[in-house]
Design a protein around this ligand. Sequence first.
Ligand SMILES: Nc1ncnc2c1ncn2[C@@H]1O[C@H](COP(=O)(O)OP(=O)(O)OP(=O)(O)O)[C@@H](O)[C@H]1O
Length: 247
Amino acid sequence: MTAPLELRGVSKTYGEGPAAVQALIGADLTVAAGEMVAVMGPSGSGKSTLLTIAGSLEEPTGGEVLIEGTVLSGLSRDDRARLRRRHIGYVFQDFNLLAGLTAVENITMPLELDGVRSRQARRQGLAALEELGLADRADSFPDELSGGQRQRVALARALVGERRLLLADEPTGALDSHSGEGVMRLIRSACHGGAAAVLVTHDPQLASWADRVVFVRDGEIVDSTTPLPGPESLLTPGGPLTGEESR
Ligand SMILES: Nc1ncnc2c1ncn2[C@@H]1O[C@H](COP(=O)(O)OP(=O)(O)OP(=O)(O)O)[C@@H](O)[C@H]1O
């Protein structure tokens, strides 16, 4: 089966000459459908660079990125943007929700940009919010929502439509540990539904939710491990349980 994400010998150099920074060096990484990979490493080691290149938000200086088997460098700018909108969902630490749009509008905007009719987009957006337990906040603006609710809207936006690859950079950064675990549970359940996820985190507790942890040091992927049984060991058919829900 074609992997949602494959990096082949990916390198990234910022700047030129003596000021050049080699942020990523020959990174190889394949993430299968249904798999969740955590990326860890010291500050400045290249984790965010890896994520932005995987999401085609930046171009590598060497190597190839394949999304669902398609080599990105072979696509025109427009085709790359279309593939990005359709297949890749992003969650960032600061959520990046648009303040002037309601929760459901934030979710439906990328669908509408992609040509989905607004009624159909709204239906999909509401379904995504419903799944995340936020149906009653569909018409609220971001500043009327709590941090955890905003994060769930950002996740719904990342997952709506046919997204097969979820990329998250410190997605629980601004949240308390309970809401943080909720976010991990949602990412996990998206993977159970067949999506692939790559998540950058400094927190070993959160990384323990992943199927695989990849370590980056000085721009190189230096190790890859399977975490010890963590929250995943509490998996039930309905998804992982943690904290209060598991009692
Ligand atoms: N746009 C840029 N221009 C120049 N250098 C950059 C740029 N983005 C990142 N770098 C450099 O590339 C290296 C890797 O940065 P990156 O942000 O990927 O690291 P990181 O592991 O995500 O760090 P952190 O954990 O602190 O977020 C660092 O030395 C950084 O200073």
